[in-house]
Design a protein around this ligand. Structure first.
Ligand SMILES: [Zn+2]
Length: 177
């Protein structure tokens, strides 16, 4: 069985993003073993196999890239920034529920309208809103909370505040997912 999510309507919710504290927070974390931070300051956020792409013909409302691996696989910040979301975005993150959103989720503001968002984490994220994070910092672990058929990272990328395909987005930053 291929681990993907059926995320669609309602996913590309504009995040208000309380950015009032972002400039004053010092990064507290460090890149984790396994994260390969490049000279542009970016890294793949996890390891695994892409199981669903951005808006494929049969899933036009799927606005992320699904990367599947074993439950508990580390998820790292793709680049430095400020955490603007760290919460359960589903009605429950204790159980897997089809049609029930992103599960345990982190969103990072990288500045300049660039964001990355990480869905379906196994547990409550290891970072909190307002935290400054560095590229490669451990955010949490791969899981299947929310609308997921199995453990995977649903990765979303934003430029100018709009959701875009993470594969070319990351490629432009020197990272192949
Ligand atoms: Zn997905």
């Amino acid at each position: 069985m291929v681990a993907i999510c059926a995320l669609g309507a309602g996913l590309a919710v504009a995040n208000g993003g309380d950015n009032t504290t972002s400039a004053s927070v010092s990064p507290s974390g460090s890149p984790q073993p396994g994260a390969q931070v490049n000279d542009q300051g970016w890294t793949a956020p996890t390891t695994g196999t892409i199981t669903s792409h951005f808006r494929p013909p049969d899933r036009p409302s799927h606005e992320g890239t699904d990367i599947a691996n074993a439950e508990g696989t580390p998820i790292w910040a793709a680049s430095g920034g400020t955490v603007v979301q760290a919460q359960c975005t589903s009605s429950s993150c204790a159980v897997r529920q089809v049609g029930d959103g992103c599960g345990w989720t982190v969103k990072i503001d990288h500045g300049g309208g660039v964001f990355t968002r990480y869905c379906h984490m196994r547990d409550k994220p290891l970072v909190n809103v307002g935290d400054a994070v560095v590229a490669g910092q451990l955010l949490g672990y791969m899981g299947a909370t929310g609308d997921a058929t199995g453990p995977h990272l649903h990765l979303e990328c934003y430029t100018a505040g709009y959701v875009v395909d993470c594969e070319p987005f990351m490629k432009a930053r020197g990272v192949t997912l």
